[in-house]
Design a protein around this ligand. Structure first.
Ligand code: UFG
Length: 329
């Protein structure tokens, strides 16, 4: 039996595929390559280029392969873009989930692990955030992921499809050897943008606001390494395989780092000094997002291995030094 990884050519998806194959799982990937990269596709995975909104390609995949479970990463994920193009997010994310779930019902596939986000919580009332805290997204991206979770909840009751939703905080880093990593166009995430300074691709990093109610005035985020995240997906899949009930878990390190602390850690990790400018706040940024991952630790037995922020940034640095212009040199 194989695992179908939707979005297996993307940042988190490609690392999850790598870990699945390390554990001798058979992997089938479907990816439309809109944000994913051909070069990130594992050579041992069977690849279909296609869109999950296309029921015909899903039929073909389910007929040509014995699929046991699905891990779903195929979604758009930029907060800023979602504010400008909400319908793109509802179409690709929500409608994509609908077609995928319809196909799962049709082909009797009853397990799905879903890539969700801390953005479902919106501005948190307390930190660390627990899974049963209020969900009140402040942008269409978070709204679509919350809607996708709700779709799975009702399909679970009606059609017996079991799901695990993993709400990630700030994903960071790359495979230790730097063969795969984070490559977005346009890049909006803090760590790759900071690293563009020592790569001489940008002159400075702009801090988006230093007047937040935090110790140094900059936003606190909970950074989790992409390989720890991949491990959590495999644990979630095995949890479903063992017949356990549907569930939702936060994934983070439980510790917040400020933007200024991240820049200092990147200076240590790269051995270069990084020029900084302070700019205005970015719309929609909560002051702090920190996860309680106690539930994942207790129920999935998950424990992050990468807890040192400098070490996390070092893995990203290895990837970016190897691929200074991303995958498409
Ligand atoms: N930041 C800067 N300068 C930059 C880029 C980012 O100061 O050039 C700051 C941001 O303002 C924020 C922090 O660095 O305070 C991290 O920003 P990212 O863009 O890297 O990540 P976000 O915290 O915005 O995004 C994360 C996840 C999303 C999730 C969101 C929830 O990547 O999937 O948290 O708010 F939706």
């Amino acid at each position: 039996m194989a695992i179908l990884v939707c979005g297996g050519a993307g940042y988190v998806g490609s690392h999850a595929v790598h870990e699945l194959i390390q554990q001798n799982e058979d992997v089938v990937i479907v990816d439309n390559l809109q944000t994913g990269h051909k070069q990130a596709i594992h050579p041992q995975a069977k690849f279909y280029q296609g869109d999950i909104r296309d029921a015909v390609i899903l039929d073909k995949i389910f007929m040509e392969n014995k699929i046991d479970a699905i891990i779903h990463f195929a979604a758009n994920s930029l907060v800023g873009e979602s504010m400008v193009e909400p319908l793109k997010y509802f179409n690709n994310n929500v409608y994509g989930m609908q077609v995928l779930l319809e196909s799962m019902v049709k082909h009797k596939i009853d397990k799905i692990v879903f890539s969700s986000t801390a953005a479902v919580y919106g501005e948190p009332k307390r930190v660390p955030i627990m899974e049963d805290d209020e969900t009140k997204p402040t942008n269409p991206y978070g709204e679509t992921k919350l809607t996708m979770e709700k779709m799975m909840k009702w399909v679970n009751k009606a059609n017996g499809i079991n799901y695990v939703s993993l709400r990630y905080f700030n994903v960071a880093g790359a495979l230790d050897d730097g063969s795969i990593g984070e490559d977005h166009a346009p890049e909006t995430h803090l760590i790759p943008l900071i690293l563009q300074v020592p790569l001489k691709k940008r002159e400075h990093i702009t801090i988006f606001g230093e007047d937040y109610p935090t110790e140094d005035g900059t936003c606190l985020r909970d950074y989790i390494h992409v390989i720890d995240l991949a491990d959590a997906h495999i644990r979630a899949m095995n949890y479903l395989r063992s017949g356990k009930e549907s569930n939702i878990f936060n994934l983070g390190n439980g510790k917040g780092f400020s933007v200024k602390e991240m820049i200092a850690a990147a200076e240590k990790a790269t051995g270069e000094s990084i020029k900084v400018e302070v700019g205005a706040r970015r719309a929609g940024d909560p002051a702090q997002l920190i996860a309680s991952s106690e539930k994942a630790q207790t129920i999935l037995g998950w424990k992050p291995c990468y807890t040192n922020i400098e070490q996390i940034i070092k893995t990203a640095w290895t990837f970016h030094k190897k691929h200074p212009n991303g995958y498409d040199e």
